[in-house]
Design a protein around this ligand. Structure first.
Ligand code: ADP
Ligand code: MG
Length: 426
């Protein structure tokens, strides 16, 4: 058992910090006893330290699973700046012989950053199985839950990965997770009981407001007024890609600000450019879908406006949490017009396929693209041996869940009391 003094000494010597922040010490102490931990701390609270510090007190390699290359790169850069050389990224960007070299030398690294799909590879997993794993870290752990806003089916592979690695001590990190999602994260990881460290997501410098308008057009005018008044940097969230693009153009015409759209329909290279320009203040306003945000770490976002309803309160918290990370006064406005929930229902409605249809697709090799948006998810489940019945149940549950979440969102909008209390209670 490490004493508090020892931990503080490493904190000072390695990282240059004098004190732990809320949640850090408990997470680290628990990990060092070998228990699994799920830690929920707001963005910017210092989650990276939770695996970086123990790494220096344990023997072996720390494996960090991350959903985005940009997030990995950011962590790797920071570790190298701290003088750590034993750090590497293992992802789809490496060509064959580079990957082989890394795999041969895995044990020589203290930190290995990788993606879930990379670990799904037999050879890769075999190489990792030879390594003395100090700890398995799942960053953005909410991605494993279908009830979360950023569900990544590839994350479901991690349960098996963990098993194959001999169930190493596991640290799951996320900025927002309801009790339901927290439970789901553990279940999907195949962990019976992890210790949970959860700290409040309250951000008193963000002023929260809901503005009810009667018609869509009034919403446009109100958006224009807000954007002109507060200028940016700011993010406006939309539920539709098309409307995000249209409004970006409209705002460009009607203001002297630089505005761009960002959504999954835009080419990755261009998206990357837009993100960079926003970071560097060449763009003041981004009109985005929920695709924008993860991995965007800009301190001085002054407003987050929702033009449409967010998917649920969970996403809402996450999205408005991108405002005011520097602690300065910031604004979160939700614009609501009567009937907005209908738009939301239309956009998110899933056609739950019938068991019959799924069986036919499977048996007769019919291209699963006839399932539209669900095709990718379906293929994923199929390749990982789910039955058509299981798949249909998953889709049905998802549909039920989305309606429930929409009702919660409307509860927030129509709540007469303090909005902050409502969100925190949630
Ligand atoms: P998160 O992953 O929770 O968003 P990070 O791990 O990126 O947060 O850390 C955010 C910032 O906080 C970093 O600049 C980090 O160096 C700093 N930080 C972390 N722990 C401490 C601490 N105990 N004292 C002071 N600064 C800290
Ligand atoms: Mg982080």
């Amino acid at each position: 058992m490490k004493t508090e003094q020892e931990l503080l000494r490493v904190l000072k010597n390695r990282f240059g910090f004098d004190n732990f922040r809320p949640g850090q010490e408990r997470t680290i102490k628990t990990l060092l006893t070998g228990e699994d931990v799920l830690t929920v701390l707001p963005t910017g609270a210092g989650k990276s330290l939770l695996y970086q510090l123990p790494a220096y007190l344990l023997t072996g390699t720390v494996i960090i699973v991350s959903p985005l290359i940009s997030l990995m790169q950011d962590q790797v850069d920071r570790l190298r700046r701290q003088g750590e050389k034993r750090v590497i990224m293992l992802n789809g960007q490496l060509v064959g012989h580079e990957r082989a070299t890394v795999l041969r030398n895995l044990q020589s690294f203290k930190f290995v950053f990788t993606s879930p799909e990379m670990l799904d590879n037999k050879n890769v997993l075999a190489a990792f199985s030879q390594v003395d794993v100090a700890m398995l870290v799942v960053d953005e752990a909410h991605c494993i839950s279908q009830w979360g806003p950023d569900f990544r089916p590839e994350y479901l592979l991690l349960k098996n990965v963990r098993q194959q690695l001999g169930n190493p001590t596991t640290l799951m990190l996320t900025a927002t997770a309801t009790p339901q999602i927290r439970q789901d994260i553990q279940t999907k990881m195949g962990i019976k009981k992890a210790q949970q460290v959860v700290k409040s997501v309250d951000r008193p410098n963000i002023f929260l407001t809901v503005q009810k308008e009667y018609q869509q057009q009034e919403k446009d005018e109100e958006l224009l007024r807000l954007v002109q008044k507060f200028k940016g940097p700011g993010i406006v969230y939309f539920a539709s890609r098309k409307i995000a693009s249209q409004m970006a153009e409209w705002l460009t015409q009607h203001t002297d600000l630089n505005v761009a759209a960002y959504h999954a329909g835009i080419a990755p290279i261009e998206r990357f450019q837009i993100q960079r320009q926003f970071m560097e203040n060449e763009l003041q306003v981004i009109c985005a879908t929920s695709a924008f945000g993860m991995g965007v770490d800009k301190n001085d976002v002054r407003f987050v406006i929702h033009y449409h309803l967010p998917h649920n309160l969970e996403s809402y918290l996450q999205e408005i949490g991108r405002a005011g990370r520097d602690g300065k006064q910031s604004l979160a406005v939700l614009l609501y017009a009567d009937g907005d929930e209908m738009i939301q229902r239309q956009l998110t409605s899933i056609d739950v396929p019938s068991v019959e249809l799924l069986k036919q697709i499977e048996e007769h090799n019919i291209p699963s693209t006839i399932l539209g948006e669900q095709a990718e998810l379906f293929n994923f489940y199929l390749t990982h041996h789910s039955s058509p019945e299981q798949i249909v149940n998953t889709f049905k549950h998802r549909q039920y869940q989305m309606e429930h979440e929409l009702q919660e969102m409307l509860g927030y909008i129509n709540n007469e009391g303090c909005r902050r209390e409502y969100l925190l209670a949630y």
